[in-house]
Write a protein that binds this ligand. Structure first.
Ligand SMILES: [Zn+2]
Length: 314
């Protein structure tokens, strides 16, 4: 979510390389991706409250996202800030009834890196009620801001506490940065941007997401010598609601199959240990060894910095 500082640690281990894989002419999928949507009911602002305070907006945006997923027959996982839901909210149930998976994103979007561990775990456990006590479904968890805690000791303590509570962490390999586009969209709308300007911003977002997916696939081929199952981070917001049909169409055009999170997580990439404990957010292909290229350069480009300059944000 908010601006993140990427600490880029050098590493000298060699990485295998492989030739890029082109989509097959037969239409056989060449890659897999799981879709994950954070911040149900609606993308949070700093402090953890939804950017839009209106339940009517939440209902509209969730309806639109669920319709796009149904149209493409695409499974997804939604990560819930249960403390932001209204008492009588049925949004999480709507996702479940549509065949999607639900996960915990803490009650109010608290950072594991900046909150006392006991207080933070209480924020996590507040959302245990997303699952009936007799449920055997995987209790997925997504870290707010993707922040796991700085330093090996803290990171491992956080992970152990989540394990004890029965949660399984869902990493991210591709960031759509839709949260930034949504903040920029709101800012521009407030200052009287034209519909054409806002449409251009939406198209930029969809294009950026396709590029981010292509980049993560290239990293996977370079680092692992194969196409790993990717996990895409999106948010519940107006930007993604508007662009999801074109994002899904672009994935299909690239021969990328949308799969369930539990299927993606069977990829051996996710059985590798977390080898990074620096500050801020980091995507999974840069958290497993080696955490940087042999020459020390980072696996991922600084997409957040580039977009920030392009969009004039913050
Ligand atoms: Zn979030």
């Amino acid at each position: 979510m908010l601006a993140t500082i990427m600490l880029l640690l050098g590493c000298t281990a060699p990485a295998p390389t492989a030739a890029p894989t082109a989509p097959e002419a037969t239409g056989t999928p060449v890659a897999r991706i799981a879709l994950t949507f954070d911040d149900l009911p609606y993308q949070t602002r700093r402090g953890g409250a939804p950017l839009s305070p209106e339940p009517a907006d939440w209902a509209r945006v969730n309806r639109s996202i669920l319709a796009a997923l149904a149209e493409a027959d695409a499974p997804a996982t939604v990560f819930v800030n249960c403390g932001n839901l209204a008492d009588d909210d049925t949004l999480a149930d709507q996702w479940r009834r549509a065949g999607h998976t639900v996960g915990n994103h803490t009650a109010h979007h608290s950072s594991a890196a900046h909150t006392d561990l006991d207080v933070w775990m209480a924020e996590v456990r507040q959302c245990d009620g997303l699952w009936p006590t007799e449920s055997t479904a995987t209790r997925w968890f997504r870290f707010p801001y993707l922040w796991r805690g700085e330093g090996v000791e803290r990171r491992d303590a956080v992970q152990a506490a989540l394990n004890d509570a029965g949660y399984r962490v869902a990493p991210v390999t591709v960031d759509s940065h839709d949260w930034m586009f949504e903040l920029v969209r709101r800012q521009r709308k407030e200052t009287g941007a034209s519909d054409a300007d806002l449409a251009g911003l939406g198209a930029h977002y969809a294009r950026n997401t396709a590029e981010a997916v292509a980049e993560a696939r290239a990293i996977s081929r370079e680092k692992l010598g194969r196409e790993a199952a990717q996990i895409l981070l999106l948010h519940i917001n107006d930007t993604t609601a508007a662009q999801l049909p074109s994002i899904l169409a672009a994935l299909e055009a690239e021969g990328i199959e949308v799969v369930r999170l539990d299927e993606a997580m069977t990829d051996p990439l996710y059985a590798q240990p977390d080898a990074w404990a620096g500050r801020g957010a980091r995507w999974w292909l840069a958290r497993t060894d080696p955490v940087a290229r042999p020459d020390g350069s980072p696996w991922y480009s600084d997409r957040e910095g580039t977009l920030g300059k392009q969009l004039g944000w913050p």
